[in-house]
Design a binder for this molecule. Structure first.
Ligand code: GRF
Length: 212
């Protein structure tokens, strides 16, 4: 697996993926870390691990199509065969989704389809969870399609909401789960232990475990 990770922020999920690769838990080559923000902490983490980096800023392009073409040329240039979105705050243009259909994953900090969709990202997800009063939230790794947070689900894991939670305490509890779940989901793709049937991601019996 030649993996690209796309991140806009601090990159703690990127770090979890790099750690899983370094420890031998994930058989992948980190081929590229790409960000839409030159100041993203994820880029520093990549450089410290000797992983190639790229910055592609949507504002530098006439529209989503041109932005997508540049994304695609960076992915192709680095011989990327799988893509992990890890806190990437941009909509992926349709051409890129099509080129990496069933080979592009995203992580979302709730149990989809609850608390997902356009505008529900980052802290807003946890605010919405607390405002609604659910007892459980969680993390979801899913395949990327043309919409927001609607692609077939790969793995999910629940996380309790506690009475004293703030968006920050909840986010950090969910992140701990994300850091286990994302490498586990990528492992399924690295080992070829999954196939996609419509909306269903079917996991081979010998690969089934927590979160599936
Ligand atoms: C995570 O909560 C992820 O689920 C969401 O954005 C956050 C990224 O955090 N999509 P980090 O940059 O990986 O620390």
């Amino acid at each position: 697996m030649h993996l690209a990770v796309l991140a806009s922020g601090g990159g703690s999920n990127l770090q979890a993926i790099l750690d899983a690769i370094a420890s031998g838990d994930l058989a992948a080559t980190p081929a590229l870390v790409l960000s839409d923000r030159p100041e993203a902490g994820a880029l520093g983490r990549a450089r410290r691990h000797g992983v190639p980096t790229a910055v592609v800023r949507p504002a530098d392009y006439a529209g989503p199509e041109a932005f997508g073409e540049t994304l695609l040329s960076e992915l192709t240039r680095h011989e990327v065969d799988h893509v992990a979105l890890a806190g990437f705050m941009r909509h992926i243009p349709a051409g890129v989704v099509a080129a990496y259909r069933h080979r592009m994953l995203n992580i979302h900090p709730s149990l989809l389809p609850a608390f997902g969709g356009k505008g529900l990202y980052g802290r807003r997800v946890h605010e919405a969870v607390l405002a609604y009063g659910v007892r459980w939230t969680g993390a979801t790794v899913h395949l990327v399609d043309e919409e927001y947070d609607t692609g077939p689900i790969v793995l999910q894991e629940p996380v309790p909401v506690l009475p004293a939670d703030t968006p920050e305490t909840l986010a950090s509890r969910v992140l701990q789960t994300e850091h286990r779940l994302y490498p586990a989901a990528l492992r399924l793709f690295a080992s070829g232990g999954v196939r996609v049937e419509g909306r269903n991601v079917v996991i081979a019996e010998n690969e089934r475990g927590a979160g599936s």
